[in-house]
Design a protein around this ligand. Structure first.
Ligand SMILES: CC(C)(COP(=O)(O)OP(=O)(O)OC[C@H]1O[C@@H](n2cnc3c(N)ncnc32)[C@H](O)[C@@H]1OP(=O)(O)O)[C@@H](O)C(=O)NCCC(=O)NCCS
Length: 157
């Protein structure tokens, strides 16, 4: 899915604010645009009012990026900008991602997150369940190790 430069700007604006720097999870612009040049990656944006209509508000509240291989889709990045959190936008965007994956014929979506990320509560609310654990997989900027948790949601199309 090729993204217009404006949309990459929108993704990067949220990216730069949303991910705590100590975990090194944010991608740079090059990584985002290279990924989106691959035919199997896609993204979604959300406006502060929960719609996809970014032209009316001019602001972007959040985004997701994902990669599909055959009938499985990985949620690579998912973020809501700090000033728009705890308003339900994460729920709306995740629901939209899941629905679009299912509509696109996926049988399963999956992701990996660091243990104790508050996003885990959101994923659980949408039916994701843990399928794997990699002890100490992530290393923070101060050298601490954090487990990686793999989660999946399967569809019974
Ligand atoms: C995770 C994230 C996307 C949630 O976005 P959000 O718009 O605040 O989510 P919502 O308002 O829809 O809340 C969804 C639920 O997630 C949970 N949740 C979200 N943030 C939370 C927090 N800081 N602490 C505890 N639970 C939290 C709650 O259960 C919440 O539901 P509730 O408000 O009804 O209790 C956002 O915090 C974020 O961008 N974090 C940084 C990036 C990141 O870590 N992404 C996930 C990578 S795996």
């Amino acid at each position: 899915m090729i993204a217009p430069p404006d949309d990459i700007d929108r993704i990067m604006t949220v990216m730069e604010q949303a991910f705590p720097p100590e975990f090194g999870e944010a991608w740079n612009r090059r990584q985002v645009s290279d990924a989106l040049c691959l035919g199997n990656c896609r993204y979604g944006l959300i406006a502060p009012d929960g719609t996809e209509d970014l032209l009316t508000s001019g602001e972007t509240a959040g985004f997701f990026m994902s990669r599909a291989v055959l009938d499985e889709e990985e949620l690579l990045l998912f973020a809501i900008a700090p000033q728009y959190r705890r308003m339900g936008l994460g729920h709306v965007l995740l629901k939209r991602f899941i629905q679009s994956a299912q509509d696109g014929g996926m049988s399963r979506v999956f992701l990996e997150m660091r243990r104790d990320n508050p996003a885990g509560v959101l994923y659980a609310a949408h039916g994701f369940r843990q399928i794997g654990l990699r002890p100490g997989y992530y290393r923070t900027s101060n050298g601490a190790r954090i487990d990686a948790i793999s989660q999946e949601l399967t569809f019974h199309n």
